[in-house]
Write a protein that binds this ligand. Structure first.
Ligand SMILES: C=C(O[C@@H]1C=C(C(=O)O)C=C[C@H]1O)C(=O)O
Length: 108
């Protein structure tokens, strides 16, 4: 009887955590969508002015900043760096595409 109650309690606690995880995942998706909306505008600006898609010195500053924020928040700084690099790689891919399309539009 007690075992059944323990299991029911554990399931209720798990469901509560999962509701929070689902909310956090939704917030992450919205924040990423907003970040990419912004970086795509940066890609257009760069393409229009002949600026390079990647800016390694800016990325180094971001990595240093995010590593410190991660440490302060008790998050693995290596994970924070890997996550930023993953996102930035995708941004640079978008910028390269935008630049190629911009060049094609000017040539055509
Ligand atoms: C968005 C930019 O372009 C690239 C992407 C970055 C990012 O996603 O934060 C940072 C630097 C650049 O390599 C930028 O130059 O600010």
């Amino acid at each position: 009887m007690n075992e059944e109650k323990d299991m029911a309690d554990a399931r209720a606690i798990l469901a509560g955590y999962r509701a929070s995880i689902d909310n956090i995942d939704a917030a992450l998706i919205h924040m990423l969508a907003e970040r990419f909306r912004c970086t795509k505008a940066v890609g257009v600006l760069k393409a229009e002015h002949g600026l390079p898609p990647a800016d390694p010195s800016r990325e180094q500053q971001q990595i240093a900043r995010l590593r410190q924020l991660a440490k302060d928040a008790n998050l693995d700084p290596d994970f924070a760096e890997k996550f930023l690099n993953f996102v930035v790689r995708e941004v640079i891919r978008h910028h390269e595409q935008i630049a190629a399309n911009n060049g094609a539009a000017k040539a055509g």
